[in-house]
Each structure stands twice: as structure tokens, then as C-alpha cells.
Design a protein around this ligand. Structure first.
Ligand SMILES: Cc1ncc(COP(=O)(O)O)c(C=O)c1O
Length: 381
């Protein structure tokens, strides 16, 4: 269905928002939903709580659709990606000599959590992704004692997009748990947890999913959730949630077992509204637009003699993150350039000593070259 993206993203005049790999923008429908939800809370509190529960059920269905989960029972609503990864790390009973494989390009959340296991049996190996075949490097790091491979679907700094199906095939064939940090994919490009045979998929809402901070999707297959001992307990994670007189309890068979207490209803309303936009557009259309923006940026960067692309140019090797360096500037100068871009209304990031642009489907890139020129000519780098 057609969506009027100009109406959904009525930017402040002059702002070029290229920062969905950090914190994204809400569509108008999400802002409207939250205004109405605030009004409802002020006027009548939770008088219509059953309706809120309906929104929560719909969000689980929408998230199941977005990751292509077989069932919304496979979806838990957590606070953030780090929480999901921590539940996995703490929930597995590690044995001495067990190996965990990640890459050397991971965002700290997908490294620190595994490093925290030192002394509990988990031996961490970080494969170098800089070679011509990054997946081969990850697979070569897996040995017979490997229990888990955890990888970002798209690397936060270089923008490198992984071949998840290839990794998942290897993990399935060798009994290795496959964990995907999908925060840089979900909402930007199509994702298929079943096709890539992921055991776990984790992602926060505030980047490409166009939602707020503080609400995240945690996908776990029924077999994978049974492999995790529970770390958090409360009324909400039991099978008979809401039956407060019941003294006997068992954990919910669904992924709700990872949600100990009251849900984040504010975040749930916001994310549900944001995902309705993807549902209306279809993820194929969203992906096509994101890839068009990325291709436009790549062509522009390649046409500038002083710029050097960090992100791989092949479409299969990137999603919405495009990072680049200026040949004549050192690391500190890139930080100054980034601050000058921000001051000029080009909202972006500096990661790994490079400028990182991450436009979503609605971005208008036409004014970018002129804004870039103005900032570069202003000097001081
Ligand atoms: C790959 C990746 N994982 C995780 C996060 C953030 O995790 P959290 O949702 O815990 O804030 C980021 C944020 O930039 C990221 O790029």
C-alpha cells in the first residue's frame, strides 16, 4: 500500500537525517499514537487495559512478521539488545573449554557480554572480518568445542553485511547455537530468522525500526529457549500470568518467560505504530528504498577524489550503513568534521575513525553535496 513518506517524516527544514544506525526518527503516526496514549493515561489511566493488551499482542505478531518467526510465541519484548544477549550468555550452562565465536568488528554489547564469561568456561575467539571472505574467517574459528556463534547481521562501523544463511547452515550442521544481533538490519532490509536458521535474534527498536529506545525484540526458537536457564522472575513470566492466587507456577512455554514483570506499554504503543508503516509498505519496498539511498551515497563518495569508501560497495555486502574517510584527514580531524556536519544539520555519526551515514527509506539526499561542500570549505579540520 502507498504511504506518503513526506507526511510521515515532516523534518525540521534544513535537516538531513542520516543517523538510523544510531538513533532513528519516529514517523508521524508514532508521535500521534504517543500523544493520544499520554492523553488517555491522563484522562482515564488504565481503565481500558484490555485494549493495551491487544496492542501488545498485535506488536508481537508484527515483530514475528518482521523477523519471519513461525509464531508470535517465539517473541519476547525486552529492554534492549544488550539485555537479550546477556540473558543468552547467563542462561547457557558453560563447560570448561567451550568456545564462543564472534567477529573483531562487533559493537561492544556483542563482545563484552561474552568476555564477562571468562572464568566460567566460555573461551572467546574474535575472527578477523577484514579479508575477502568474512564468513570463512568466522567458520574457520569454529572448532568441535564451539557452543555459540554470535554475529551482527550488519557491522555497526564498517556497514559490512553478513551472509547469515551461510553461517546458519554451518551452525545447524555442527550443533552450534546461532545468535544474530539484527539491530542494524531489522526495519531496513528484509530479514528471515528461519531461512538463516537463527536460534536467537535480538534487536532494539530505536534505529531502523523507527521506534523509541527501551523496547527490543528477542526471538528464540522453542528448542533454544529450553537451553536457557532463567535469570529473571516475576508474575508476568509464568504460564498463568494474571492468576495471582495460584501458588504453583511454571515458566511460560512461550518466550514471555523472559519477561519478568509489567510490560513497557509506552514503548509497545510506539513500536506497534512504527511497525504498521512497514506492514503497509512491505519490507521489499522499504529495502529497495534503503538500498537506493545507499547506492546513491556510494556513487557520490566514489565520485569525490578526496573520499575513500570504508563500506563494501557490492549490494550484497551492505545494507543502510555507508561509512567513508577523507584521505587528507586523520582520526581527530574526522571527529571535528563530524561535529561540523552535525552543526550544519547533517545528522550522522563518527565510528571507527570514519564518517558514517545511515539514511532510511524516506531520506532526501539531494541537498547533501551542497551541505558537504559548505562544511568542507569552512575548514578547521
Ligand atoms: C550492532 C549493535 N548492537 C547493539 C547496539 C546497541 O544495543 P542496545 O540495544 O543494547 O542499546 C548497537 C548500537 O549502536 C549496535 O550497533
Amino acid at each position: 500500500m502507498q504511504v506518503d513518506l513526506n507526511n510521515e517524516f515532516p523534518h525540521r527544514h534544513g535537516l538531513i537525517y542520516l543517523n538510523h544506525a544510531a538513533v532513528g526518527v519516529w514517523p508521524k503516526r508514532t508521535a500521534d499514537t504517543i500523544k493520544a496514549f499520554a492523553e488517555e493515561n491522563m484522562r482515564q489511566g488504565a481503565a481500558d487495559y484490555p485494549h493495551w493488551m491487544g496492542v501488545e499482542r498485535r506488536l508481537r505478531k508484527r515483530l514475528a512478521w518482521l523477523v519471519n518467526a513461525p509464531s508470535s510465541d517465539d517473541i519476547a519484548l525486552l529492554k534492549n539488545t544488550s539485555e537479550g544477549l546477556s540473558l543468552i550468555a547467563a542462561g547457557i550452562s558453560w563447560q570448561a573449554g567451550d568456545r564462543i565465536v564472534i567477529s573483531n568488528q562487533e559493537f561492544p554489547s556483542n563482545r563484552i557480554v561474552w568476555q564477562s564469561l571468562a572464568g566460567q568456561g566460555g573461551e572467546l575467539v574474535q575472527a578477523d572480518l577484514s579479508g575477502p571472505d568474512p564468513e570463512a574467517a568466522l567458520l574457520a574459528a569454529c572448532n568441535a568445542r564451539t557452543r555459540l556463534l554470535s554475529i551482527s547481521s550488519v557491522q555497526y562501523a564498517t556497514g559490512l553485511r553478513m551472509d547469515l544463511e551461510r553461517l546458519g547452515r554451518h551452525c545447524a550442521a555442527h550443533g552450534i547455537l546461532f545468535c544474530v544481533d539484527a539491530i542494524q538490519s531489522l526495519g531496513a532490509v528484509a530479514f528471515d530468522a528461519q531461512a538463516c536458521r537463527a536460534d536467537f535474534v535480538v534487536a532494539d527498536a530505536h534505529k531502523w525500526m523507527l521506534g523509541p529506545e527501551g523496547i527490543a525484540v528477542f526471538y528464540a526458537t522453542p528448542q533454544a529457549r529450553d537451553r536457557l536457564s532463567l535469570q529473571q522472575f516475576g508474575w508476568h513470566m509464568v504460564e498463568q500470568a494474571g492468576d495471582f492466587d495460584q501458588l504453583e507456577w511454571q515458566p511460560a512455554s512461550s518466550a514471555r518467560r523472559f519477561e519478568p514483570g509489567s510490560p513497557n506499554t509506552l514503548g509497545i504503543h510506539a513500536l506497534d505504530a512504527s511497525l504498521s508503516l512497514f506492514e503497509q509498505m512491505g519490507m521489499a519496498a522499504v529495502e529497495q528504498l534503503v538500498m537506493q539511498k545507499a547506492a546513491w551515497l556510494i556513487t557520490w563518495i566514489q565520485s569525490q577524489p578526496d573520499l575513500e569508501l570504508v563500506t563494501a560497495a557490492e549490494p550484497a555486502r551492505h545494507a543502510g550503513i555507508i561509512s567513508f574517510r577523507c584521505r587528507d584527514l586523520d582520526r581527530a580531524a574526522h571527529e571535528r568534521l563530524y561535529r561540523a556536519l552535525m552543526a550544519a544539520g547533517v545528522i550522522c555519526a563518527c565510528r571507527g575513525g570514519a564518517i558514517r551515514f545511515s539514511p532510511h527509506c524516506y531520506a532526501n539526499l539531494e541537498p547533501l553535496p551542497a551541505a558537504w561542500q559548505r562544511v568542507r570549505e569552512s575548514g578547521g579540520f
